[in-house]
Design a protein around this ligand. Structure first.
Ligand code: ATP
Ligand code: MG
Length: 561
């Protein structure tokens, strides 16, 4: 993980430090996180959240939470609430600074009037298609709209009537009057307002005229006194308009827009539009499906806020697009949980073992460390008896050479218990192994051989008489292609991994796990890190999610391929 010192080296923090030194904004740092409430936040947003709130915190500044809610057709109150919850869960606090672009609709409209009066905006009555046609291309200049030279009076009259609801959707727009030959398409008279007869989740039916993002954003920043407007690279080409607008209006505050590379991760898609398709078309159980790289999905999966913040620190900031390996995210949670998660034993695919020389009615309590390196995490008691469960794949009837687990005649260690040797294999009519008969060495209590003989394998186990049952869900990557969007011929949904969710019923767990709460996270020995599923666990049914495996199994697979 990077230290604060290292953090200060990224280019944005360098700019901010320089500005503070030069007293550029009167020594203030005010940033904002501006989500559009049209979906849930994803891990990419976490990068932006950590950056915006992070630099504010580091510089005694403030970070505003601002909903960029200018598109009523795609936005909902439910998204607003989900987004607030996610940002707070990540550990950030906007205090009193909660804003909505829709609170500025009146001011934005007044600025529209001002631009018209200055001769810097006009009402254009071309159709959307024609506007596109007239706009030109990267290589060809655009053409001026036939409506470009309407008089100020006519523009004021039309704009007022647009607001009053006299016109149908798509009949008129308000455009900035800049330069149709500009090399930057965003400067070719961009649309500032469009007519949309739609109810807004906050302003209801007050408006049928809605401002565009590129118009709303700079003005909202200026109204709030933002000093540094940090955004992703795709807005670099929009910066000239950002600056043109605030310069033209002469706003008292003119924030500096600085762009950074968005986060891309392998084996996933990272756009709300695509995530929404997965939700709507039921490829996943919802925005908070534990396979989704949404903040709510990662939370339900068991990721901690600290692990996501640590991840954002690790990846740092760059000015060039790149893709981060999924393994980096997984390592962030492993690093966090390795130190903090108590150990426990669970058997995913139980195989019954009878210890034939262990007295029938006897039970003994064995003390096991909750953590191998943190003695302060204490010990727990685990009951041992004549019947236990081990994992089916910890036994092989005809093992290959280096199989150090259980096999006929082979001895293994039961974690913190005894050494056992397999004597007999019981099978059903189909030849499936249903039970093993073993003998234990009574002198090996705790798991070490009295004569020092070498026993390589150590298995986890649970008492068959005491274990509780649970459903365990194992997750794999949602896509089976490193970049599901790379192949333009195919739809990203055709690259979904059919094995991304495996549900195991009838898993057997240490009885103490019956007392687990949704905020607990455990390392199930040899299996990975697990937590209770906060939605599907009910009083009669325990459901555990695997957060992550113990090691990066994908990396291994890729190497061996
Ligand atoms: P998406 O493309 O996923 O829909 P968006 O950019 O449309 O994302 P917004 O709600 O507008 O979503 O984003 C809010 C803020 O989060 C913006 O400042 C945006 O730049 C930032 N952001 C979005 N995606 C990423 C990402 N992958 N990496 C870093 N920042 C991001
Ligand atoms: Mg957006």
């Amino acid at each position: 993980m990077t230290t604060t010192q290292e953090k200060s080296r990224d280019f944005i923090r360098t700019i901010i430090a320089e500005d503070l030194k030069n007293n550029k904004h009167g020594g203030r740092v005010v940033t904002r996180f501006p989500p559009e409430p049209n979906g849930f936040l994803h891990i990419g947003h976490a990068k932006s959240i950590c950056l915006n709130f992070g630099v504010a915190l580091e510089n005694n500044g403030v970070c505003h939470m601002r909903f960029d809610d200018t598109n009523p057709s795609k936005e909902e109150l439910a998204y607003v609430e989900a987004i607030k919850k996610d940002v707070q869960w990540l550990g950030f606090d906007w205090g009193a600074n909660l804003f909505f672009a829709s609170d500025y609709f009146e001011q934005l409209y007044d600025y529209g009037i001002q631009l018209i009066k200055m001769g810097k905006a006009y009402v254009c009555s071309l159709s959307a298609d024609d506007i596109r046609q007239y706009r030109g291309t990267l290589t060809e200049p655009g053409r001026e709209s036939p409506f470009r030279n309407r008089s100020v009076e006519e523009n004021l009259d039309l704009f007022t009537r647009m607001r009053a609801g006299e016109f149908a959707d798509g009949t008129h727009v308000l455009r900035a009057k800049i330069d149709m030959t500009s090399g930057n398409i965003n400067m070719r008279d961009p649309v500032l307002y469009r007519i949309l007869h739609a109810s807004h989740h906050r302003t209801g039916d007050t408006w049928c005229l809605y401002p565009m993002y590129d118009y709303t954003h700079p003005i909202s920043d200026a109204i709030e006194g933002i000093t540094h407007s940090l955004c992703t690279l795709e807005f670099e080409d929009h910066r000239p308009f950002y600056d043109w607008l605030l310069d033209t209006l002469g706003t008292p505050c003119h924030p500096q827009q600085i762009e950074f590379a968005r986060l891309n991760l392998t084996y996933t898609v990272m756009s709300k539009r695509k995530l929404l398709q997965l939700v709507n078309e039921k490829y996943v159980s919802g925005w908070d499906d534990p396979r989704m790289l949404t903040i709510s999905g990662l939370r339900r999966r068991g990721y901690t806020p600290a692990s996501l913040r640590g991840f954002c620190d690790t990846i740092g900031l760059a000015k060039r697009e790149s893709s981060v390996e999924m393994g980096v995210l997984e390592n962030a949670i492993r690093n966090d949980l390795n130190d903090t998660a108590p150990r426990a034993m669970a058997v995913l695919h139980p195989l019954k073992v009878i210890i034939t020389n262990y007295p029938e009615g006897r039970e003994e309590e064995l003390a096991i460390d909750n953590h191998p390196k943190n003695p302060e995490m204490g010990k727990r008691q685990v009951t041992f008896c004549r019947e236990i469960f081990i994992e089916q794949d910890d036994f092989m009837e005809e093992p290959p050479k280096k199989f150090f687990r259980l096999a006929p005649g082979q001895e293994v260690r039961l974690r913190a218990a005894y050494l056992i040797t397999c004597d007999k294999v019981i099978k059903d009519a189909d030849g499936k192994v249903t039970e093993l008969h073993c003998t234990y060495d009574p002198a090996s209590r705790g798991g070490s051989a009295p004569d020092g003989r070498k026993v390589k394998g150590t298995l986890h186990w649970v008492s068959a008489r005491h274990a509780i049952s649970a459903e365990i869900r194992l997750y794999d990557r949602l896509f089976n292609m490193e970049n599901p969007e790379a192949d333009k011929e195919t739809n990203f949904k055709s690259h979904l991994n059919p094995d991304s969710l495996q549900i195991l019923a009838g898993c057997r767990l240490e009885p103490a796990l019956a007392g687990a709460t949704v905020s607990d996270r455990f390392q199930f020995e040899r299996l990975g890190y697990f937590c209770l599923d906060c939605l599907d666990t009910s009083p009669g049914k325990l459901v555990f999610n695997r957060i992550v495996t113990l090691r990066d199994s994908w990396e291994k697979m890729e190497k061996s391929n």
